[in-house]
Design a protein around this ligand. Structure first.
Ligand code: G
Ligand code: MN
Length: 253
């Protein structure tokens, strides 16, 4: 898997990261997930893929812990099929325990479209996951039928605002209004908000204007090798920029 940092502009640090699956062919070509995920979904293999990435992330954290290296929370994405597996929570808990991962180092990202199918089931699953020491976030927020009041019941730690709004804030008044609404409600319920897909300085200015200071996107960093990522985590934005530039140069060589 590869990974992308999440940054906190209040402290100016890259803090956490999201694990993102990539398929590398024997020839070294990287196939983007939108090309192969639909195939995995059709063949009901998507759950195995989610679990595969999750195990890799756990193994990675365990290696770092064993080596006495710093670790940060890493989030993984969970698909709809996985979420509705009757033994989903148990499976993830078993893997977490097998690798002896301390609480709050793993975050589960649930896409908003799953979230709104069955509110009762979702709330139950979220509270089970939380009791097992997982952090939970709602991914792609704002794209489905999000009801803001609904956040009141759902005690997730983080809301990830979909890239489409970040793209929209500079051009579309409706997107600004929605972003503003999400941020206001999230603040009231003490949920952290992360804006995804941040690509330009103007977007950052606009997000900062609304005090949305947790951000993730290509402006800060591409999805990268996990060892490079670890050099970036816990460093300032300026330091991460230097690390990323150095790595790009190494790749070219
Ligand atoms: O659904 P989810 O938010 O987990 O999807 C994240 C996807 O978005 C990943 O495939 C990642 O590579 C991509 N991504 C991350 N940052 C950016 C960005 O700044 N712009 C665009 N277009 N895509 C991004
Ligand atoms: Mn995600």
């Amino acid at each position: 898997f590869r990974s992308q940092p999440k940054v906190d502009l209040q402290t100016g640090m890259a803090t956490q990261a999201e694990a993102l699956v990539r398929w590398q062919t024997d020839e070294g070509l990287i196939i983007p997930p939108d090309k192969f995920i639909p195939i995995f979904e059709k063949k009901y293999l998507i759950s195995s893929l989610d679990q595969y990435v999750f195990k890799k992330v756990c193994a990675f954290i365990r290696r770092r812990l064993d080596a006495g290296l710093p670790v940060n929370t890493i989030s993984v994405n969970v698909s709809r099929l996985q979420f509705y597996n009757s033994d989903f929570v148990k499976t993830y808990e078993d893997i977490k325990n097998k690798f002896r991962i301390p609480d709050h180092l793993l975050e589960i990202e649930i896409t908003e479209s799953i979230a709104f199918d069955n509110v009762t089931f979702l709330e139950k699953t979220v509270s089970e996951l939380k009791s097992k020491g997982f952090l939970i976030s709602i991914d792609d927020f704002g794209t489905g039928y999000s009801s803001l009041t609904y956040l009141k019941h759902l005690t997730v730690s983080t809301i990830k605002i979909d890239q489409s709004f970040v793209r929209g804030i500079l051009v579309n008044k409706d997107d600004i209004a929605i972003l503003h609404g999400i941020l206001g409600m999230a603040a009231a319920f003490q949920r952290t908000v992360i804006a995804e897909g941040v690509e330009t300085e103007n977007q950052i200015k606009a997000l900062n204007h609304y005090a949305c200071t947790y951000q993730q996107g290509f402006y800060y960093a591409p999805t990268m090798e996990k060892d490079v990522l670890m050099k970036v985590l816990g460093s300032t934005l300026e330091e991460s920029r230097i690390t990323i530039e150095e790595e790009k140069l190494k790749m070219k060589r």
